[in-house]
Design a binder for this molecule. Sequence first.
Ligand code: NAD
Length: 364
Amino acid sequence: MKVLVTGDRGYIGAVLVPFLRAAGHQVDGLDLGLYEGCDLLGGPDPIGDRAPRDMRDVGPAELDGYDAVVCLAALSNDPLGHLNRDTTYSVNLDGTLRVAEAAKAAGVERFLFASSCSLYGAAGSEAVGEDADMYPVTPYGETKALAEKELSKLADDNFSPTYLRNATAYGASTRLRLDIVVNNLTAIAMTTGQIRMESDGSPWRPLVHIEDISRAFHTVLEAPREVIHDEAFNVGRSEDVVQVRDIAEMVGEAVPGSTVSFAEGAGPDLRNYKVDFAKLGDTFPDLKLRWTVRAGVEELAAAYRRHGLTLDDFNSAQFVRLRRINQLLKLGLVDDQLRRTTDEQFPAPGSPALTASDTVEEMH
Ligand SMILES: NC(=O)c1ccc[n+]([C@@H]2O[C@H](COP(=O)([O-])OP(=O)(O)OC[C@H]3O[C@@H](n4cnc5c(N)ncnc54)[C@H](O)[C@@H]3O)[C@@H](O)[C@H]2O)c1
């Protein structure tokens, strides 16, 4: 298939694009380039040099000839969504719909939307399936819920949107993120030797490795249309729905010499949800998600070691999306709607942290 991946130059895209190519698909990318230069281990570019492109400006002519669009492009996590609510809506909701409408007008038949389990929000103690009510507690979660609803209205005989509600991702990528829990705690343990949680770590969080996310996207891409048409799938493994404190303890065990401590009482994080992943496995019996969190922590620790990850890297804008965005805003390289003010390559992010007050718990 001929596939366009928006947001291909982000954390998941850097793994998904080579995965789809290895499976024989022809893959192009479209990306605003917010994180150019934010690379672990040299970051080979999977697509090659090309101009940055804002998905909010895309028209049907650009999507002509594609069989499928995979929409990863977004302001990609909860704290980022708080930066400016309007901007999050502009990128995550309006931008997604713009690409979907252009795709439909161009005759693209499939649209795979990178949704998130964050849309379940404060879902309570029962594991939530795809039909559960949504209680998003952040602008990010709201935009994912609203985008799914609006995309569903575009579904017809010639256009099949599918909503892949990914659990919180982990794993090594050349476009590493350290603002997601497993990657973050592993980096803290390795660079400081101590994980000091600023809460009791009680919230529940489902996790999934980015290679397994890629596997799920690949399966949906090739599945019969009637199975995926206007369907939502939670993407993750039931054995990896864990409490944040379990993750910290697992990391502490996997990183030699590190210690873990917790503060009394709950943190500021309202997100708390257990997710039911049965539909994914029942619909696609041949799809096997393979990674365990423990293996992921070991993979990350090895990648950090090879890269020589330091506390300075950890505290810089390189691997934390919110810091990089704040840096671009401060330098005037993007405006408050995160539209680029220049097509020149952005300078490397190696300057000191601009939001040093971010705490571990805020970054989950
Ligand atoms: N990483 C996770 O834990 C996770 C979990 C659930 C869902 N998701 C979703 O998966 C997708 C990818 O996540 P990620 O972790 O790779 O994020 P990321 O921040 O690493 O990458 C997002 C990419 O989108 C690009 N982008 C942003 N605005 C754009 C625009 N207007 N036009 C074109 N490109 C734009 C950025 O430049 C970046 O390369 C996102 O939609 C995210 O919400 C991620």
